[in-house]
Design a protein around this ligand. Sequence first.
Ligand code: F6P
Length: 324
Amino acid sequence: MADAQKTIGVLTSGGDSPGMNAAIRAVVRSGIAADMRVVGIKRGYHGLINGDVTEMNLRSVSDIIHQGGTILYTARSPEFQTEAGMQKAIRVCEEYHISGLAVIGGDGSFRGASALSAHGVPCVGIPGTIDNDIAASEYTIGFDTAVNTAMDMVDRLRDTMESHDRCSVVEVMGRKAGWIALETAIAVGATAVLVPEIPCDLEKELIPRILRIQKTGKRHYIIVVAEGAGNTTEIANLIADKTSIETRATVLGHVQRGGSPTVRDRMIASEMGYHAVELLAAGQGDRVVAMKDNRVVDYDIYKALEMTKPFDKKMYQISNTINI
Ligand code: F6P
């Protein structure tokens, strides 16, 4: 390594999402193209604290653009949130001459990045989570793949629900965010969608809606429920009880987090990874890469963490209007 050559690191943190590998690949190759040394840190901040650092080259990221998951693995690290953990992380950065870090993950990972930045290691966040719930960004890497997976699964459920005149209550991911549920519901034409952002009185709103729609001659139903919007089995039991429609509950779970990323996720991950390296190469830290009006931009990390993202009530309204 030439003395003047700058070293940057890349890590993935929090829940994985399809397209993280494409982002890693973009960071590594853009970094090398900008004459920087790039190291990968395994298992997020946990690996940073423990010195799990590996040299990356052009070939370390071959044949990964189409793969789900993250070749750098990911973890949650309570220790990193302590001052002692932070000091360990700083020592590792010094040891490996890491003078900039690309952090691919969600809001929690960005909070870690802002703390590390405040301790003198410039960090740039890249939004990666299937939930699409990062306030600063209209889009997060992995969302499109997750929604397409959920849509495909619900299309399959629809086939069998239709054959049996049944109701399917299907839970999609999103403990705190209803974006996957909303887009899935619109894409599959679900009779109703339940999201944590908009409370729904099941007995006063959901059941009357199903009964009303039943009177129009509909015989099979799909109810999409975000993970954080209620208990899927209880909702299915209530529907069966109150409407006499035979009802089944399905939890899609982690299948939504895996799989080969869609074109959209590969494209955005590539552009965001490249953009993050442009910032780091220019010596800028404390930034978050984001999508605004369909373009890749960046924000101050502290301001980004204070932003809020209003739920798309219009699309929710559209879903309720046309999915009957
Ligand atoms: O943040 C992504 C996400 O998949 C959420 O939708 C979900 O609630 C959570 O992660 C599940 O986390 P874990 O994989 O730790 O169970």
